[in-house]
Design a binder for this molecule. Structure first.
Ligand code: HSE
Length: 442
């Protein structure tokens, strides 16, 4: 079909930060939109852009269609000239209200909003379905990586057992640099902030909040459940020490911040974020710098891994544009995909009940009988030691243990007793180990 004859689908963009500006740039390039129209049969036209501040200087983006800007997002959503809404504001309100308005008006919505989708994905998906329009949110998890569409469509018939992702680029950058250079967390974070590679307030990234929201979204898609964010157990990377990274490597592991959504029983799902020791021959261990990757295990499909750029204006805008074109195709064909997430009868289990192998580093007195006392504490709590390494430190010794699988509850009780013991000076790094024999209960 010649591209000139394609009827445009008219889009309003709400929010024009990094991703919004990149999306406008992609859509304003005539060669690219011509190619898109040729490939997809769809022509996209921007008819309005809602921003917070009309006066912001955009002189560095001469292609920016300033005449289309407004500060009244609600009016733009309701305007008859708008066929579809792209929400790039972030946060829960006013994004939720605006999305609900658009869906109720029968306008498909594309959103990159992880906070909103993590907390209200089921409700908003149901509203989209009830109004016969699409709600697409590929860019909410792992930027350019097509993981939402993979779970929603390609793996729709798959019985998924576990999804493990490196879904935060900032923390992967920090851990990779600590590993490559032997530097400490605080130094690498300070450098990343100075170079603009980490946010001025890095808490959401380094303490795992960002990854927890993405883990909840992945769990919803993989297992048909709505996991309240407070049930996603979360531990960030601020306690990871370069010495633990070095020991982990010696034992054959890399340390990665993983977002894990796992089936641990017929209806029980575990969703968690924590640093983990990943075997060096596992594909996730090779994901360096600020790259993201999602490793999916399915009963029939076996393991799959998707890899790419998880953040940044252009990579994220690319995912948004794919969603826009898909929703536009459906709009033109007067159809819509079924709800992306449905809440089935599933329960988020507490981390206390989970089993993992552990890495524990202890600084102890270097005296006869110390090892026996420490070993007794493990044994008393039903924890079996897989291997142990001792390193001398003046009149102390550092003991590095790898355990067989144990419950979080038993491990927490062990750590408490180790901390109280008169032969233990300090309990250092404690890390969960991803093992090939790790049971996922399916
Ligand atoms: N701050 C995130 C990251 C990207 O570092 O990956 C947005 O989710």
């Amino acid at each position: 079909m010649p591209k000139e004859s394609v009827t445009p689908v008219r889009v309003a963009i709400l929010g024009c930060g990094n991703v919004g500006a990149a999306l406008v740039e992609l859509l304003s390039d005539p060669a690219r939109s011509g190619e898109t129209a040729d490939r997809s049969g769809i022509r996209i036209e921007i008819v309005g852009i809602a921003v917070n501040d009309l006066k912001r200087d955009r002189s560095s983006a001469p292609w920016f269609p300033s005449g289309l800007m407004t500060e009244n997002a609600q009016k733009l959503v309701s305007d008859d000239s708008v066929d579809m809404v792209v929400e790039l504001i972030g946060g829960v309100e006013p994004a939720k209200e605006l999305i609900e308005s658009a869906l109720k008006l029968g306008k498909p919505v594309v959103s990159a909003n992880k906070e909103l989708l993590a907390q209200h994905g089921v409700e908003l998906s149901a509203l989209a379905e009830a109004n016969g329009v699409d709600l697409n949110f590929e860019a909410a998890v792992a930027g350019a990586i097509p993981v939402i569409r993979t779970l929603r469509e390609s793996l729709a018939g798959e019985s998924i057992t576990r999804v493990m992702g490196i879904v935060n680029g900032t923390t992967n950058f920090i851990l990779s640099k600590m590993s490559d250079e032997g530097s400490e967390y605080a130094d690498v974070l300070a450098e990343a902030m100075a170079r603009g590679l980490a946010e001025r307030d890095p808490t959401a990234d380094v303490e795992g909040f960002d990854a927890a929201a993405k883990a909840a979204i992945l769990a919803g898609l993989a297992f048909g459940c709505e996991i309240p964010l407070e049930r996603v157990s979360r531990e960030g990377i601020s306690k990871v020490r370069s010495v633990d990274i070095a020991f982990a490597r010696q034992f054959g592991y890399a340390i990665k911040l993983l977002a894990i959504a796992e089936k641990v029983g017929p209806k029980e799902i575990s969703v968690r974020v924590h640093p983990a020791m990943v075997p060096l021959d596992h594909p996730l261990a090779q994901v360096g710098g600020s790259y993201n990757a999602v490793f999916i295990e399915g009963a029939a499909a076996g393991p799959l891994m998707l890899y790419g750029q998880g953040a940044g204006g252009m990579p994220t805008a690319s995912a948004v544009l794919g969603d826009v074109i898909e929703a536009a195709r459906n709009l033109v064909n007067k159809t819509a995909a079924p709800a992306a997430v449905r809440s089935l009868d599933r329960e988020a289990v507490r981390i206390d009940d989970l089993r993992s192998a552990f890495y524990i580093s202890l600084d102890v007195l270097d005296q006869p009988g110390v090892l026996a006392k420490v070993a007794k504490i493990y044994g008393d709590h039903n924890i079996s030691i897989r291997s142990m390494e001792q390193v001398g430190l003046d009149d102390e010794a550092r003991l590095i243990f790898l355990t067989h699988e144990a419950t979080e509850r038993d491990m927490a009780a062990t750590i408490q007793e180790l901390e109280r013991s008169d032969v233990v000076d300090s309990v250092g790094g404690i890390l969960r180990v991803v093992t090939s024999e790790e049971s996922n209960g399916s």
